[in-house]
Write a protein that binds this ligand. Structure first.
Ligand code: CTP
Length: 406
């Protein structure tokens, strides 16, 4: 998987810098080409001579090559690389990356990078646990960077024992896994619904719900990273929810009815559909033209049912198409999920229970159970990015099974 891959390895001023040698050795052994970019502090921990001997390339550290004044082009490096890995990444470098403080060659290279970026933090637990470091890591993750940490491999949901750099072989394994998945959905078209829907009461009020859209956006990124073309139909989400991947086409809607119209049109063109949106089941029967005034009496809003997008698409489903739904339950979770799976003709359903801490709306984490007609898989609490990998792995497995039986 790493054969012929071009990797820019950024090294920063941490005691774990010596482990970069092991990363380089493994990358080279697996056929990758490695270009080291080191920060001034990084050179205090490991010498460029060692690194250039291992990579067979001069190490880049300054903006200018000292001897002849030749300029090192961070833009060229950004175009050359298939991936950038920053290992070890100190709190300082992570902070500069998150805020665009381009005062060394590593940060300018990062800001010019066109390829996916992997970051392996290394610091003591206090620095790691500080809210500014945590915020910076979240910011970097929201920009589509991959944070590699001990334990789960990628960004973990708990702080205990964190800060230590992930072992070199696991870092290399994360890169390998990324490249192996990169093409796995190439040519596939995926429809994803995300976020809440708003059902208007009057010009300033609506009925909505707490869905943030994070799970749907994470799924869209994951499918796009694997080469799929994604139509992301999303309800009103915060302006901080942005998509960067060129494979994702975002369609913004507000109400369940608007989401239904778009989905009905897109669905026949799709190979797979993941319905992650928290769609309002009911909308006000009438929408007032003017802001409704307070009167002394109580008030009744009559509601009418919205279209059930999932059930309609389930009816339209053709051979070879895969349909995935979500269920958020508070009680009798599994039997409710099983009933929905059948009723809506899903291939599998992703169940979250509001009983589980860290699952559901407005969190960065989720704990899921994947249910098919004849199987059930429970997963531990993970970040929504990690959860999206498990869901898309299952989706790919189902697509594979369908292809085999045809
Ligand atoms: N869903 C949908 N359109 C709707 C309602 C739900 O597409 N109008 C989808 C959701 O995106 C989710 C799945 O259906 O994938 C389950 O949603 P849920 O609201 O839990 O299902 P309901 O059938 O509304 O069940 P209930 O309200 O009885 O729990």
């Amino acid at each position: 998987m790493l054969q012929g891959k071009k990797i820019v390895l950024g090294i920063t001023g941490s005691i774990a810098a010596y482990k970069s040698c092991l990363i380089i050795r493994q990358l080279i052994k697996k056929g990758a080409e490695v270009q080291v970019v080191i920060t001034p502090a990084g050179k205090e921990f490991i010498t460029p001579i060692t690194l250039s001997a291992l990579t067979s390339k001069p190490v880049i550290s300054e903006f200018f090559s000292q001897r002849d004044g030749t300029w090192h082009s961070h833009v060229d490096l950004g175009l050359w690389a298939d991936a950038m890995l920053i290992a070890p990444a100190t709190a300082s470098t992570i902070g500069k990356m998150a805020n665009g403080v381009a005062d060394n060659m590593l940060i300018t290279t990062y800001l010019s990078m066109k390829a996916p970026v992997f970051i392996a933090p290394a610091m003591d637990l206090d620095m790691y646990a500080h809210p500014s470091t945590q915020q910076n890591l979240k910011t970097l993750q929201s920009y589509g960077n991959h944070i590699i940490e001990p334990g789960t491999g990628f960004l973990a949901s708990k702080l205990e024992g964190k800060g230590r750099m992930e072992e070199p072989e696991n870092i290399v394994a994360c890169l390998e896994q990324f490249f192996s998945r990169q093409e796995s959905m190439k040519g596939k078209k995926v429809l994803i619904t995300a976020g809440p829907t708003y059902e208007k009461i009057d010009p300033v009020r609506f009925i909505g719900n707490y869905s943030s859209g994070k799970m749907g956006f994470a799924l869209a990124n994951e499918c796009a990273n694997r080469g799929a073309q994604v139509e992301l139909v999303c309800g009103p989400v915060s302006s901080s929810m942005q998509v960067k991947h060129p494979n994702i086409h975002r369609i913004d809607i507000e109400s369940a009815k608007e989401m239904y119209e778009v989905c009905k049109e897109q669905y026949p063109l799709m190979d797979s559909t993941i319905l992650c949106a928290a769609v309002a089941d009911f909308a006000p029967e009438t929408v007032a033209d003017q802001k409704i005034k307070r009167t002394g009496d109580g008030m009744v809003i009559r509601l009418k049912p919205n279209p059930d997008i999932a059930a309609s698409l389930g009816q339209m489903k053709k051979e070879g198409q895969t349909l995935v739904g979500f269920a958020l339950e508070t009680n009798d979770e599994e039997s409710n999920a099983q009933a929905k799976l059948k009723k809506k003709n899903f291939d599998f359903i992703v169940l979250n229970s509001l009983k589980d801490k860290g699952a559901g709306f407005r969190t960065d984490t989720n704990k899921i159970t994947i249910i098919t007609a004849d199987s059930k898989k429970e997963y531990p609490l993970k970040t929504k990015e990690e959860v999206s990998k498990d869901i898309v792995d299952e989706l790919e497995a189902v697509i594979g099974q369908k292809a085999e039986t045809r």
